[in-house]
Design a protein around this ligand. Structure first.
Ligand code: MEV
Length: 429
């Protein structure tokens, strides 16, 4: 598919009515009538399906699903479905993707989808001797892990390696932590990894003479990272009030702030996760797992830091990159059960879990650019106020086209308050 025949660069997408946007996406992803209805919430996840997902179900909970435009990733146009309650995120992301597009789009890569399963071994006489005994039986342990691998092994995944991590001096004396590296292919893989480590535990006890306590995957999936990088021409960053060069400098300064200061890094990374989590949610993936991994990775050198880097290249343009663990799947779990999650994958034409993680990395980088560009130039309240005004108009009882009219009037009056929205609603009546 060439970008000209099938472009995600859709100007004024946000200005079109909802039905037109939905129709455009339906055409883009060739959605059936039933899938279109699912997207509009008419035929989406129902209580009966939800009842099979978690316990004590009494209903379902809806959230807005938007689509970020303008993404050009590894030479392919992508529309990105995002599920999020926060205004401005989808618009900001689309806007930033357009800026990266000016620089040729995103270059993304990812590791093989290798997860880590942990086994905690205690009551050992010598943790190093136990570690040696484990490594001497490595092939046997890996083969044993694959015996319970089921469909993941059939699809080419399975045990890839073993690591031993001796802790000599813990409050409980010596402790050996065993890592099973396990390729879960297109699954997030929590079940497969947990099954494998539970299965290995008796054999580990036999080999080490110790006692196994916990057997569980690690959410610090640092073997399974995704990366995105891109350039934005300085000229694309110029506004009425700042030159491109000034904008590049201010954005790089904002990036360094987040590299050196954990207080800023936390907010900086929160903004990145605004984008990533929204795609994680849209695709039915485990956003707590992704969050946990991202923040632990951000603190990997002992200080919590930014997940992105921003710098000025030799030509004076802005460059940014991101790297983080992204354990997401496209088969199994909620992704398979949730009708809208399936549609989200279709919209992005996803064919592998790695491809999905790469798109998420690009979204994280775009979201970060949008935030720090706004913060380093006009401040973010400017953009937020328009959505805020619309929300107040709705809260004041405005309906349909009235919402935008009232919001614009409050913005023009520089008086964005619920009381004012109520007054205008009354006047319009
Ligand atoms: C708000 O949800 C996210 C930001 O605070 C992120 C940032 O400060 O970089 C705007």
């Amino acid at each position: 598919m060439t970008s000209s025949a099938h472009t995600s660069r859709i100007s004024g997408f946000y200005k079109r009515p909802l039905t037109e946007r939905a129709a455009l996406v339906a055409q883009w992803a060739d959605l059936s009538k039933q899938e279109q209805a699912a997207l509009l919430g008419v035929n989406g996840l129902n209580a009966a399906q939800a009842d099979h997902m978690i316990e004590n179900v009494v209903g379902v909970y809806g959230l807005p699903l938007g689509v970020a435009t303008n993404f050009f990733i590894n030479g392919v146009d992508v529309l990105v479905p995002m599920v999020i309650e926060e205004p401005s995120v989808v618009a900001a992301c689309s806007n930033a993707a357009r800026l990266f597009r000016d620089g040729g789009g995103f270059s993304c890569s990812s590791d093989e989808p290798v997860m880590i399963g942990q086994i905690q071994v205690l009551d050992l006489q010598d943790v190093y001797v136990a570690a040696g005994a484990i490594m001497a039986q490595k092939d046997r342990l890996l083969a044993e892990a694959d015996r319970v691998g089921g469909s993941i092994v059939k699809h080419g995944g399975g045990a890839r390696g073993l690591e031993v991590r001796p802790f000599v001096d813990t409050p409980l004396g010596g402790m050996l932590i065993l890592h099973l590296l396990y390729d879960t292919r297109d699954a997030m893989g929590a079940n497969a990894v947990n099954t494998a480590v539970e299965h290995l535990a008796p054999l580990v006890e036999e080999i080490t003479g110790g006692r196994v306590n916990l057997r569980i995957l690690s959410n610090l999936t640092d073997q399974r990272k995704a990366r995105a990088e891109g350039m934005i021409p300085a000229a694309s960053l110029a506004t009425e009030t700042v030159t491109g060069e000034e904008a590049v400098r201010a954005i790089v300064e904002a990036g360094v702030f987040a590299e050196i200061d954990p207080y800023r890094a936390t907010t900086h990374n929160k903004g990145i996760m605004n984008g990533i989590d929204a795609v994680v949610l849209a695709t039915g993936n485990d956003w707590r797992a992704v969050e946990a991994g991202a923040h632990a990775y951000a603190a990997r050198d002992g200080q919590y830091r930014s997940l992105t880097r921003w710098w000025q290249d030799e030509a004076g343009n802005l460059r940014g990159s991101i790297e983080l663990p992204l354990a997401v799947g496209i088969v199994g779990g909620a992704t398979r059960v949730h009708p809208t999650a399936q549609i989200a994958l279709r919209i992005m034409a996803i064919t592998s879990a790695r491809q999905l993680s790469e798109i998420m990395a690009a979204v994280g980088l775009a979201q970060n650019l949008a935030a720090i560009r706004a913060l380093a130039t006009t401040g973010i309240q400017h953009g937020h106020m328009r959505m805020h005004a619309r929300q107040l108009a709705v809260a004041a009882g405005a309906q349909g086209a009235q919402v935008a009219v009232i919001a614009e009037q409050m913005i023009a009056e520089k008086n964005i308050r619920l009381e004012r929205a109520k007054q205008i609603v009354m006047e319009l009546k």
